[in-house]
Write a protein of this length. Structure first.
Ligand SMILES: Nc1ncnc2c1ncn2[C@@H]1O[C@H](COP(=O)(O)OP(=O)(O)O)[C@@H](O)[C@H]1O
Ligand SMILES: [Mg+2]
Length: 299
């Protein structure tokens, strides 16, 4: 069964999408079968992986997007999946083990314009739909918006783990407090549904520090983050496995260039990548694999 991970932080612009796209690509590169589910209506991961022209074209068939799962009870998860969306300029597949369930801007309609079915919250509907394809993947990664609205709830209800991309600054540390409280509240509120569906109870596995500029005095925010995590552990609010990942992702314009090229950093040529940022993502991914007990973590 797939390991399911929500990339979540209630702060925007911290690197959720770029970490997810790059770590997802690293996992596929290392031989794992990966599904990226884009639950952010901004559709950044979808546009990055499909490139704007193909994503624009797909918008003519709304039934191929996640929103349709909630509008049409007979819709299937497999109808919302783009196989191997990363293509080279000739249209050939570049990373065959990585698939995408894309978002469109209309995903935001889920908040107010799609009626809920009684006794079946959206997250339960999504959890059941996802089971159709779960065995096809080793990892399913959810790109979440910076809030706790319906799509984040769908991701969390299905997830075993939560990975928190963060920047090493004071506002991110404050935001982490809110995230921990909201997650605990969500788990309590959905307990009955979780027990009857047999869905996992998501735990924060780690905080991945992103876009760290050279010369940043990282030890000060690290100490603050660590003492907050220790306090949450004592209060039983996070699990013993929650920790800050030792490998940081450096700040680099390479990330923006990868978006322009429509490929993850790990697939960029040496000329396009100004520094070998891919190494940072590979280290993080290996750490995640080890933490999750993936037998071939060193692959
Ligand atoms: N390591 C990095 N170095 C420099 N810029 C980065 C890095 N990671 C992300 N960015 C940039 O920061 C912005 C926000 O990143 P993104 O992954 O979209 O965050 P989020 O999904 O949390 O909103 C984007 O413009 C992205 O290109
Ligand atoms: Mg994002």
């Amino acid at each position: 069964m797939a390991q399911k991970i929500s990339f979540l932080n209630i702060k925007g612009g911290v690197g959720k999408t770029s970490l997810l796209v790059n770590m997802g690509a690293c996992l596929a590169y290392m031989g794992r079968r990966v599904l990226i589910v884009d639950f952010d209506a901004q559709s950044n991961a979808s546009i990055w992986l499909m490139r704007l022209d193909r994503w624009n074209g797909l918008n003519k068939t709304p039934e191929k997007f996640l929103l349709n799962l909630f509008k049409d009870p007979s819709a299937k998860m497999s109808d919302c999946i783009q196989r191997s969306p990363i293509r080279d300029t000739d249209g050939d597949e570049m990373l065959p083990r990585l698939d995408l369930a894309p978002a469109s801007f209309t995903l935001m309609d889920l908040e107010h314009e799609v009626p809920q079915i009684e006794n079946k919250p959206f997250y339960r509907r999504f959890y059941e739909a996802l089971s159709e394809v779960e065995d096809d993947y080793d990892f399913i990664l959810f790109d979440c918006p910076p809030n706790f609205f319906y799509t984040t709830q769908c991701a969390l209800f299905a997830s075993d783990h939560v990975l928190v991309p963060s920047n090493p600054d004071a506002l991110s540390i404050i935001g982490f407090h809110l995230l921990v409280d909201k997650l605990a509240r969500f788990k309590t509120d959905t307990e009955t549904q979780r027990l009857s569906a047999g869905s996992p109870s998501p735990e924060i596995v780690g905080i991945a520090l992103n876009a760290v500029k050279p010369g940043t005095k990282i030890h000060v925010p690290l100490e603050r983050f660590n003492s907050q995590i220790d306090r949450f552990k004592t209060q039983g609010k996070v699990s013993e496995k929650t920790h800050i990942y030792p490998d940081l992702v450096r700040h680099s314009v390479t990330v923006g260039r990868a978006v322009m090229l429509g490929i993850p950093t790990v697939l960029m040529s040496k000329q396009d990548a100004s520094i070998n940022l891919a190494e940072d993502y590979i280290k993080l991914t290996k750490h995640l694999l080890e933490q999750l007990g993936d037998a071939e973590a060193e692959a």
